[in-house]
Design a protein around this ligand. Structure first.
Ligand code: NAI
Length: 342
């Protein structure tokens, strides 16, 4: 019995993500919240013949409170997306206030929920979420996730496509390729660890692709979002691939927390000092409180941060050093936003 809430449910990501959740076997109640059109999206989804009961709420008449009360899973794709020429940081001013308000609601009405932050810049929005929950004295680091799954999804797709183009007559199923992606979720804070791609024996990445191809592939994974922003030409950023990725991560959390599965690992941007197993070691290594790493999920959320940083090659150490600088600024910006907020 899971009540899931989507905040920002009428948007480009929110609608298809809500559709996935409506079709999920784990979800029995689905509450949609948005400043526009949530009752309409809810009415539409409610005709689908799956078990979840759907309701839609707007800010009036205590809508946020009604949506969030008794929720176990809250997914947040609320806020404005990028237009061509914008970085994710350009969204900070508007989205910070939106995430701040929504997390205040979470703290009051469903403090034990698993919170999945999609709104950009994720690198700053997750620190905002955690700081707000700390203020309310309800922060559990195992329950707050920055959703970076789209970077992993892109890494799988782009790696398979490069390998196909270099190996004649070979087919590579992207879903069977695993590429850990760590760091953060914007530009050069995204660090794909191609040296640890699996299955290594089939990929033989270092011998199959040249150094130039490898750095082009890394760049494509880091800036893949720009391809979509440009192609949509002012009509927003990735929505359908993000809804797929967001549901993949939400389902991983549900399979571990409700389904009792113990071996689920997905990357996520989390608060490291609060995760004794692996998190503290990664924090000490990178000198940051927030970082994306593969995490092992369990009944209470994050069980372990899987520290891969001792296994990476020299080139990747250089990429991590670059990522650390960008992340430091974004994290400080998020934390100060809450400190300065009355
Ligand atoms: P969108 O503009 O299509 O949808 C956003 C929705 O949020 C709208 O329906 C809007 O009414 C709603 N909203 C605005 N203020 C709200 C509030 N205070 N409470 C509740 N809802 C509110 O944008 P889209 O394309 O769905 O993107 C949403 C966010 O996700 C953006 O910040 C975007 O940058 C981010 N994103 C994150 C990705 C990731 O990998 N984590 C990938 C792609 C986008």
């Amino acid at each position: 019995m899971v009540k899931a809430v989507v905040c920002g449910a009428s948007g480009g990501i929110g609608q298809p993500l809500s559709l996935f959740l409506k079709a999920s076997p784990y979800v029995t109640e689905l509450a949609l919240y948005d400043v526009v059109n949530a009752p309409g999206v809810a009415a539409d989804l409610s005709h689908i013949c799956t078990g979840a009961k759907v309701s839609g709420y707007s800010p009036k008449d205590d809508g946020l409170k009604l949506a969030l009360t008794n929720a176990q899973l809250v997914v947040i794709p609320a806020g404005i997306p990028r237009k061509p020429g914008m970085t994710r940081d350009d969204l900070f001013k508007i989205n910070a206030g939106i995430v701040y308000d929504l997390i205040n609601g979470v703290a009051q009405f469903c403090p034990k929920a698993f919170v999945l932050v999609i709104s950009n810049p994720v690198n700053s929005m997750v620190p905002i979420a955690c700081e707000v929950l700390k203020r309310h004295k309800v922060f559990d680091p195992a329950r707050v996730f920055g959703v970076t799954t789209l970077d992993t999804v892109r890494a799988q797709t782009f790696t398979a496509s490069l390998l196909e183009s270099t190996a004649s007559n070979s087919k590579f199923d992207p879903s069977q390729i695993a590429v850990p992606v760590v760091g953060g979720h914007s530009g050069d804070t995204i660090v794909p660890l191609l040296s640890l791609a699996q299955p290594a024996q089939d990929l033989q990445l270092s011998s199959t692709i040249s150094h130039q191809q490898r750095s082009d592939l890394i760049h494509r994974i880091q800036f893949g979002g720009d391809e979509v922003v440009q192609a949509k030409d002012g009509m927003g950023s990735a929505t359908l691939s993000m809804a797929y990725a967001g549901y993949r991560f939400a389902e991983a959390v549900l399979r571990a927390t409700v389904g009792g599965e113990s071996s689920i690992v997905e990357a996520s941007y989390v608060y490291l000092p609060g995760i004794p197993k692996g998190g503290v070691a990664v924090r000490d290594r990178v000198g940051l409180d927030y970082f994306a790493m593969p995490i092992r999920l369990g009944p209470h959320g994050v069980e372990e941060v899987v520290n891969l940083l001792d296994k990476i090659d020299e080139y990747e150490v250089g990429l991590i050093n670059i990522a650390q600088k960008g992340l430091k600024t974004s994290i400080e910006k998020g934390v100060s936003f809450v400190t300065d907020h009355n």
